[in-house]
Design a protein around this ligand. Structure first.
Ligand SMILES: CC(C)(COP(=O)(O)OP(=O)(O)OC[C@H]1O[C@@H](n2cnc3c(N)ncnc32)[C@H](O)[C@@H]1OP(=O)(O)O)[C@@H](O)C(=O)NCCC(=O)NCCS
Length: 189
């Protein structure tokens, strides 16, 4: 697509300090800490929602390799929230991957995760604000984000950011457990 969302090409992603937190575009060498954050957050957040054996099987090295590959994708942007040089959270974003969306005008927050000990202190809000700036700079009109319907904390977070359910749902399963995701939408204009 022509309307790239890459962090490098987006002047809005400048490092900035907010209550001692540095929010900046991620670099490939952040892949390990991003993977660690993701695995820790999954294991903490999805207890009782996703089968325990699956959560136990998550692997930081496997996730790291996947993140490293994403750094080669010009349409993918990853921002990290860093405190004292340690990544405590990240958001990854790009064009919508949904068949019913127009990727030239609709962005998607693919993932937003904080390490468990760093939730509820405003880091997520900071990452969200910076992510919305990236989308706005690319001239997008709306973004969407998928969330497990059982993830009430994240749903409250999106709702307090001004997101609303757009009616789309999708089902899937992990290790035989049925999962339902709902889609939130946020208007950038
Ligand atoms: C969802 C998440 C990114 C939010 O970031 P955060 O830093 O914890 O949230 P903030 O401290 O910025 O709080 C933002 C808002 O969410 C609300 N919120 C945050 N944590 C909450 C909690 N545990 N319960 C209820 N509300 C909560 C806050 O009250 C605040 O509302 P306000 O702006 O109306 O005051 C973070 O909690 C997280 O990583 N959760 C686990 C992973 C996850 O579920 N990711 C989303 C997958 S779709």
């Amino acid at each position: 697509m022509g309307n790239e969302i890459s962090c490098e090409r987006t002047s809005g992603v400048r490092s900035r300090r907010e209550r001692g937190t540095l929010i900046r575009a991620a670099r490939i060498e952040d892949s390990w800490s991003i993977a660690e954050t993701q695995v820790e957050a999954w294991r903490h957040t999805y207890v009782g929602q996703i089968p325990a054996e699956y959560l136990a099987s998550l692997s930081v090295p496997v996730r790291e390799a996947a993140w490293r590959e994403l750094f080669g994708d010009a349409n993918h942007c990853i921002l990290v929230a860093e405190e004292s040089g340690v990544t405590q959270g990240f958001v990854s974003l790009g064009p919508s991957r949904d068949e019913d969306a127009e990727p030239e005008s609709t962005g998607e927050v693919y993932a937003i995760y904080l390490r468990p000990g760093h939730q509820g202190r405003g880091l997520g809000s900071g990452l969200w604000r910076e992510a919305m700036k990236v989308f706005k700079e690319r001239g997008l009109s709306a973004i969407t984000v998928w969330v497990l319907d059982s993830n009430s904390t994240a749903r409250k977070f999106y709702e307090s950011r001004g997101c609303f359910l757009d009616g789309a749902i999708k089902g899937g399963s992990i290790r035989g457990k049925g999962l339902v995701e709902v889609r939130y939408r946020y208007d950038l204009r």
